[in-house]
Design a binder for this molecule. Structure first.
Ligand code: PAF
Length: 279
């Protein structure tokens, strides 16, 4: 496994066999089973797999957890080696954003909703760094998790709008046995907070059950979800959304493909989760 922060070394490895296919799994490290599921999906469909590990500063607001974001490079590399990854790219901030850097990559419309309301600068940082990673590595396929549903929608748009020559592959959410969606930020959950965090899954289950029992009024379902969050003393709701799965615009009726999503603070930890429902 080649581990490098050097773009020309990376490109030499990437293009050693120009006909080979490469899958890229972009990450911010502190890997969990969700990341490893993306690696496994990439391995089954490509000749080689690259993983990037980079805690991208441009996607964090000044008030967010950039400085405390969990990091453990040695453990990550051991996991990736065991998973049979071929190349790990570990760039520095100076390489990604050298002095004089002044370019933006922004998707302007679907970034306004959901996460974009609470984190208005977040997606501009994500699209900027992912566009750079795509240009540096030039993968055949790139793998992302459905847990970040809006990130996936934004990146799809970017790939289409900027004609990136790759396939974006979305893999299902990986959950802990009790239903909590896997996230590097779960590490922040202390004591009773870990149990309280299950309220996100309970709220999504309630939405699915309501739809299964014939409820088509989206606002009634949002109200039920808000009620469940309010009943959990350690939880503070950021948003509950039922939106068109393509445009991310809030809907009144459950019809077609809907993205049910929510963001909730458990103590100081902000968690997100979602489910797609079809009717
Ligand atoms: O999903 C993430 O971990 C990050 O947003 C990504 C895609 C690696 C970009 O920094």
């Amino acid at each position: 496994m080649l581990v490098t922060d050097n773009i020309s070394h990376l490109r030499t490895a990437r293009w050693a066999d120009p006909r080979a296919t490469w899958g890229l799994v972009p990450t911010m490290g502190f890997l969990h089973e969700g990341h490893l599921a993306l690696v496994r999906a990439a391995k089954t469909a490509n000749d080689y797999v690259a993983v990037s590990i980079y805690v991208n500063p441009t996607q964090f607001a000044p008030t967010e957890d950039l400085s405390t974001y969990p990091r453990d490079l040695e453990r990550d590399l051991a996991l990736l080696r065991a998973a049979g990854v071929d190349l790990v790219f570990t760039p520095s901030n100076e390489m990604m954003y050298p002095a004089g850097f002044q370019t933006r990559v922004e998707v302007t419309e679907i970034t306004r909703y959901l996460e974009g309301v609470s984190r208005p600068t977040h997606f501009a940082g994500v699209t900027l760094v992912v566009a750079k990673l795509f240009n540096i590595i030039q993968p055949t396929r790139a793998y992302f998790g459905q847990k970040d549903a809006q990130q996936v929608a934004v990146l799809r748009r970017m790939v289409q709008d900027l004609n990136f020559n790759l396939e974006l592959v979305v893999c299902p959410i990986v959950r802990e046995p009790d239903g909590l969606a896997m996230s590097s930020r779960n590490k922040y959950l202390a004591g009773a907070e870990r149990q309280a965090a299950l309220v996100l899954r309970r709220a999504l289950d309630a939405a699915e059950a309501a739809v299964a029992s014939g409820q088509t009024d989206a606002e009634a379902i949002r109200a039920e979800m808000r009620g469940l969050i309010a009943a959990e003393p350690l939880a503070k709701l950021d948003y509950v959304s039922i939106a068109d799965a393509q445009t991310l615009v809030e809907v009144e009726e459950i019809a077609g493909e809907r993205l049910v999503s929510l963001a909730v603070f458990i103590g100081r930890t902000r968690l997100i989760d979602n489910v797609i429902i079809h009717r």
